[in-house]
Every structure is written in C-alpha cells, then in structure tokens.
Design a protein around this ligand. Sequence first.
Ligand SMILES: C[S@@+](CC[C@H](N)C(=O)[O-])C[C@H]1O[C@@H](n2cnc3c(N)ncnc32)[C@H](O)[C@@H]1O
Length: 241
Amino acid sequence: MSVATFDGGTAANFKSEKLVEDIFADLKPGDEANIECYTRHAEKYDEGLCGIQYENPKRFASMAMKHLKTSGVNKLALDICAGTGLMGEELLRQGFKGPVDVIDGNDKMLEVAKKKGIFRHFHTLIITPDTRLAFPDNTYDVVLCGGAFSAGHLRAECLPEFFRILKSGGTFVFNTTNFNEHDEQVTDEDMDVANTVLNDLETRGICKLMESLTCDCFALLSDGFKYKNGMIDLIRCYAKI
Ligand SMILES: C[S@@+](CC[C@H](N)C(=O)[O-])C[C@H]1O[C@@H](n2cnc3c(N)ncnc32)[C@H](O)[C@@H]1O
C-alpha cells in the first residue's frame, strides 16, 4: 500500500480552508444519512474543496481508468454520492468516453452538478443498506463513490449493491475516512464493517482489490486549519470479476 500526502500547493488558501471547516463543523454522526447540511454549503462547495486542492477526484479517476478492462465505445459511469460532481467531472477530464450519471441524496448539491452541463442522468436518492438501485445488474463500467463512507453518510452495508450494477471488468473506486482525533464522526466499528463486507465479496469471487492508497488529506494545509492531520483516507479500487 502506498502513502500519499495531500498536495495543498504552496500558498495557503484561507478562504477555502474556512469554507471546508464550516462543512465539517456541520456534519453529524449517526447511522442514518444526515445530509441536509449540504444544502447550506452546495453553492460554495467547489470553491472550498478546489481551493484546498482536493486531490481525490484525480486519484479516483486515474485508478478507475488504469484498471478498467471493459471494452466498447459506449462506456457508462456512475458517480454515487456525487454531490457537485467533482469525481465524475475529473473522470471525463481524464478521458472517460461516454455518459456519466450521478446520484445524491441532496438536491442542492445535484443542482450545482447539473449546471456544469456534463452529466447525463440525475437521481435524487438517499441510499440506505435496504436500497435497491433502479439499474439492472452489470450496467456500469465505472462506479465512483467519494467522501461518502462515513458516519452520518453512507453505510458500508451498501457496498454489495454497488458491485451488482458494475460490469464484469469494470472498476469501483471509493474511500473510507477516519477522522483521527476528530473522531466523533467515524468509529473503528464503521471501518470494520467495510472490511468485513469487502472480505466477504472477495471470498465469494465477486471482486478483486486492484490498488489502494492511504492519504493524509489535510497534512499540507495551514497550521491554523482545524482538521489538519485530522483526516486519513483509505482509497480502494476494486475490479468486478
Ligand atoms: C463530502 S460530499 C462528497 C461529494 C463528492 N463525491 C466529492 O467527492 O466531492 C458527500 C456527498 O454524499 C451525499 N450523501 C451522503 N450520504 C448519502 C446517502 N446515504 N445517500 C445519498 N447521498 C448521500 C451528500 O449529500 C453529499 O453530497
């Protein structure tokens, strides 16, 4: 497993750091999806995240493209918990050919994504472990899910459903987040559930881990940033067998 640090650039962008701190301060732990707070942050979300040089979209897209084995020109991608669509946007930037659909439980975030004019279908949906997505088995070549597997967001029990809609040879990239000392959000138990679910899927021959990367996401931000050294991401890329 390789370890990367967040490339925060050279000049601190205090305005963006503040926007990101405001989002984090609003997040609520819990088993249920607790995502209304994104309504307040939707318009400024990209300014905040791009201003602190949020690198995960680049990492996700390059892993997805590198390991993708499906063929054919009409490739399809799905960005789950897409928010404003930063993941899908980067996938297209890195040369993905074909439509990208987006799902999110927050309308305001999807409205911002819609204004970009680059996505095909928009689905407003809160995903729970009981959700069956309205897509047939083996629909998508690439599925991305960034910044969503944490308490008050998306449960790890949803993972099998995301593999169901992925084509054989397709790639699924997602991250799980551990908030270190600011760990009211994510407990080790949440991480254990993700690992158990993934081990089970691998044992049943459904998927195979292709690559993983641990990132100390905010390590290079300014010393005053409240969550500096506070967020460790584990990004994993799986191929469906
Ligand atoms: C931190 S943002 C990440 C957005 C985007 N993927 C990115 O990387 O910039 C989390 C997004 O996931 C959505 N979300 C979280 N839990 C969800 C759930 N259970 N069902 C649907 N959407 C959810 C939120 O509405 C929010 O837009």
